[in-house]
Write a protein that binds this ligand. Structure first.
Ligand code: FES
Ligand code: FES
Length: 210
């Protein structure tokens, strides 16, 4: 008789079923493969050790104070997406290469995949969800994207918008070249850079008129 099919047993003994249980228990989900191959003790035994960082913290996000339980190795991208439900911040590479996860921290663009959430006590985080006005009016840069239809699949869009909004805080009247340089930390896999730049230039213009 054939042996029952195992659920993707990993070399370290973590099955897919055990992994999913661990994720639910921790209140977090993960997307990068680097998270998949940790030992069971790392997935399940997340209790604080003596001298460890306090897990419960208050994070200022989009003008709100959010209490959140954060693991010491947790990145801001993980906290935003999987603890706070702010999935407008995208995870592309998860290693500081693509800019899909760009958010503003104290008004400066940063890669959320490369910031530890615990390091952000007392800092102000703004995500794409925090750009529109309370009445739903889009931010001028968001409106420019709608007007210009500046993206194809738009996976990279929120990162580009956040980078542009951050850049325009220091240079509100850029020509095309400095703006291109200012947002060069963002990649688009559809490679529609010319159209994106046109949309971002229109965003700058919208912002000056607002
Ligand atoms: S997901 Fe953060 S830079 Fe790519
Ligand atoms: S529009 Fe598809 S990744 Fe940029």
């Amino acid at each position: 008789m054939n042996a029952p099919i195992q659920l993707h047993e990993q070399p370290n003994g973590v099955t897919r079923r055990k992994f999913i249980k661990g994720v639910i228990a921790a209140g977090a989900a993960v997307s990068a493969s680097s998270y998949l191959f940790r030992g069971p003790e790392q997935l399940f035994g997340q209790g604080s050790l003596p001298g460890a960082v306090e897990r419960l913290m208050t994070l200022s996000v989009n003008g709100q104070q959010r209490r959140v339980d954060v693991m010491k190795q947790e990145t801001l991208a993980m906290t935003l997406r999987y603890k706070l439900g702010l999935t407008g911040t995208k995870l592309g590479c998860d290693r500081s290469e693509c800019g899909a996860c760009t958010v503003l921290i104290d008004d400066v663009p940063h890669y959320a995949c490369s910031m530890l959430t615990h390091s952000l006590r007392g800092r102000k985080v703004q995500t794409i969800e925090g750009l529109a006005a309370p009445d739903g009016t889009l931010h001028p840069v968001q409106q420019a994207v709608v007007d210009e239809q500046g993206f194809q699949c738009a996976f990279c869009m929120s990162g580009f918008i956040m980078s542009t909004v951050g850049f325009l805080k220091t240079n509100p009247n850029p020509t095309r070249e400095p703006l291109a340089h200012g947002i060069s930390g963002n990649l688009c896999r559809c490679a529609d850079y010319n159209k994106i730049l046109t949309a971002m230039m229109r965003g700058a213009e919208n912002l000056r008129r607002a």
